[in-house]
Design a protein around this ligand. Structure first.
Ligand SMILES: [Fe+2]
Length: 432
């Protein structure tokens, strides 16, 4: 059966002009049991919205995809309704087993066998802010997340899950009185990435097995702008890194295209005592981080430095992909020879180690990209599966749940076998 793609239904708050290619609902397939042809179509939808690719069957077990036609846009998120997936199938789908493709330049990662933060590592790192994530025993690449008590689930005995909330992570919180009125916040804007030792996953799958029912809530940004966003109960919010870059003024594009972020060692332990901004887009103030000398043992060679802009190797688009909570230093390359210097920030380059300055600059560049009209809050239904391009989008948990509002999700992302690519010389020439 041919895969059918229809646009994701956007909320009234979203500006459709910024979501033309953002996401699609995939109909007519079960993602747990894809044929090679269906997989190729889904791969194509995620990476290069296109006229039909040339899928060539060489023999009964080997395929390759002719990437002759590189097209200018792609979908960052694909939704499958009413999906039935075991953890094994979700892992296989995320990894692209058992399909023996060759020539898939960018997609899911055949060499990848490790959860994005290391198998069974997240839960055991008790000082990490990600300690609420629990691995499925049989398939440690798949994680159980959600809210409420879950009994005898995929080999796990009774487990009490806790929906991450801004009340745990933010420096300030919405008053209990306002929470009772339905006000809430984005919890933590992020990319699924360890940002130490392991490379950021290319895709993440989120499978909503049991979705809580309840009234809509209102996200308050609480940053003096008055921005608010009406959301369904406990959505996952997505923004496009491509849009985040596209809407920047020229001087910040010029800076972003030359900049790289050096992340902290063991960043989720390092940031644990710190508290976040009310938008969930980074840390407020400085000084609460775990001193580097007090972190668990770490190696310089495993510390990650990534470009601010990640280049989609198929479309060539640049996506602003920075996990600002974990960022420690900012490295800006000098302008290329002959570039116009007027009005340019750091024309000779700079290595910023002042954490307050790093955070302020990143926030200035990223905050426009989470404006209410640029956010897609996914309204989950039972058995929804979302496959998203983790190197092209950022996302956040949203909302607050009571203990009896059960939410059972399986999440899978795999540490990639390569690092994200940054801007090319041509990109730098174009934007400086
Ligand atoms: Fe995530």
């Amino acid at each position: 059966m041919t895969v059918e793609l229809t646009p994701l239904q956007l909320p009234p708050s979203a500006d459709p002009s910024h979501f033309v290619d953002f996401g699609r609902e995939v109909k007519g397939v079960n993602p747990g049991e894809l044929t090679p042809t269906q997989f190729a179509e889904i791969h194509d939808a995620l990476y290069k919205v296109s006229s039909p690719i040339n899928l060539i069957c060489r023999d009964s077990s080997t395929f390759f995809v002719d990437n002759e036609y590189v097209l200018p846009h792609q979908h960052g998120a694909l939704l499958f309704r009413n999906a039935s997936l075991t953890p094994e199938q979700q892992y296989a789908f995320t990894k692209v087993i058992p399909f023996p493709f060759h020539g898939l330049l960018t997609a899911f990662d055949l060499q990848s066998e490790t959860y994005g933060h290391g198998n069974n590592k997240t839960e055991s790192t008790k000082k990490s802010i990600l300690r609420y994530i629990k691995s499925i025993t049989r398939v440690p690449q798949v994680q159980l997340i959600g809210n409420g008590a879950v009994t005898d689930h995929e080999g796990l005995a009774t487990t009490v899950l806790k929906h991450p909330s801004h009340t745990t992570f933010h420096n300030t919180r919405i008053s209990e009185e306002d929470e009772a009125k339905g006000y809430t916040r984005f919890c933590r804007w992020h990319i699924d990435a360890a940002l130490y030792e392991y490379e950021p996953s290319r895709v993440t799958t989120l499978y909503g097995i049991t979705v809580p029912k309840g009234d809509r809530q209102t996200v308050r940004y609480d940053d003096g702008t008055g921005d608010e966003l009406s959301v369904p109960l406990a959505p996952t919010a997505f923004v496009s890194g491509k849009t985040m870059f596209k809407i920047l003024p020229p001087e910040l594009k010029n800076l972003a295209v030359r900049a790289s972020v050096r992340y902290a060692p063991h960043p989720y332990v390092w940031m644990a005592p710190a508290r976040a901004l009310p938008t969930g887009l980074g840390i407020e103030g400085v000084g609460l981080e775990v001193p580097v000398r007090e972190l668990p043992d770490w190696e310089e060679s495993k510390v990650k430095t990534y470009p601010v802009l990640w280049k989609n190797p198929v479309t060539g688009d640049l996506h602003f992909q920075v996990h600002s909570w974990a960022a420690r230093e900012l490295i800006v390359d000098p302008l290329p020879r002959g570039a116009e210097r007027g009005g340019v920030l750091y024309p000779d380059g700079v290595y910023i180690k002042d954490l307050a300055e790093v955070r302020a600059l990143l926030y200035k560049m990223q905050r426009p990209g989470i404006a209410p009209h640029l956010v897609y809050p996914h309204d989950w239904r039972d058995k929804d599966l979302i496959l998203f391009h983790n190197r092209g989008l950022m996302h956040s948990v949203v909302g607050a749940l009571e203990p009896d509002q059960t939410r059972v999700f399986h999440q899978c992302n795999l540490a990639a076998s390569d690092a994200p690519a940054g801007p090319t010389e041509d990109d730098i020439f174009k934007w400086t």
